[in-house]
Write a protein that binds this ligand. Structure first.
Ligand code: SAM
Length: 218
């Protein structure tokens, strides 16, 4: 059992969310991440890949009340920190991969959010992860937002150590903005990328926004 799982069990439903929020704040200011998302028109469908506890969604929904959100995660524990209001409005697909989604769901996302997930995907599986996203899109255009941490900074080293020794993910490996761009472009060659202000306002966190047109996916 990892230290993180133990802390969750010991602190319980009452104290873990509070403690988890403080812990998370050491590494990222989620409000600043949400500030950097592209505008989300009412009715748009957001696919939150590797959604985890759902803290980000708790911040997105009050700001964009008209969006529809699907969270998927390889983990069976998904959305455990969603507020009761958020929970009513989110579809949860636990123990589900992008490939599973592509094979069973026929809802195409207007925005795909991949926040602090790629550094958990083993390096040798990252191309396949993006190829599975291409299957999900099935030729449809989308906006892909990748939020991650730039290696080589004090906070990113701390985050890496926390992921390894507190969350217990020994395969974690940070991924730079250049590597993410290269990975996405290898799968979606004509994707356009733009950087957001996140790196300037909450370094070493960054958020890249990729515009993937329908032709990219065929
Ligand atoms: C650090 S958490 C990030 C949670 C959330 N996205 C956020 O930013 O608050 C990473 C999550 O990615 C999930 N994950 C890792 N690899 C994945 C994959 N290949 N497909 C889907 N989820 C994945 C993990 O189970 C974990 O819940």
């Amino acid at each position: 059992m990892s230290i993180g799982t133990l802390a969750r069990a010991v602190l319980g439903q009452k104290w873990f969310p509070l403690f988890g929020g403080w812990y998370r704040a050491v590494f990222v200011d989620l409000k600043k991440v949400v500030d950097c998302l592209p505008p989300l028109p009412a009715g748009s469908h957001v696919l939150d890949v590797g959604g985890g506890d759902g803290e980000m969604i708790n911040m997105i929904l009050p700001r964009y009340p008209g969006v529809e959100i699907t969270m998927l995660d390889l983990s069976p524990r998904l959305g455990s920190l969603l507020s009761p209001e958020s929970r009513k409005r989110v579809r949860l697909l636990a123990s589900t991969s992008l490939r599973d989604y592509a094979q069973t769901e026929h809802r195409f996302p207007d925005l795909v959010l991949v926040s602090d997930v790629i550094h958990h995907v083993p390096v040798e599986d990252r191309c396949a992860f993006l190829s599975d996203l291409r299957l999900v899109l099935g030729g449809h255009a989308t906006t892909l937002v990748v939020k991650d941490l730039e290696p080589g900074h004090f906070r990113s080293i701390l985050s890496l150590l926390a992921d390894r020794y507190i969350s217990g993910d020994r395969k974690v490996s940070l991924v730079s903005r250049d590597s993410v761009t290269a990975l996405v472009k290898a799968t979606f060659p004509s994707a356009e990328v733009r950087s957001t202000k996140l790196f300037d306002i909450d370094r070493p966190n960054y958020a890249l926004v990729f515009t993937i047109d329908g032709l990219n996916c065929r």
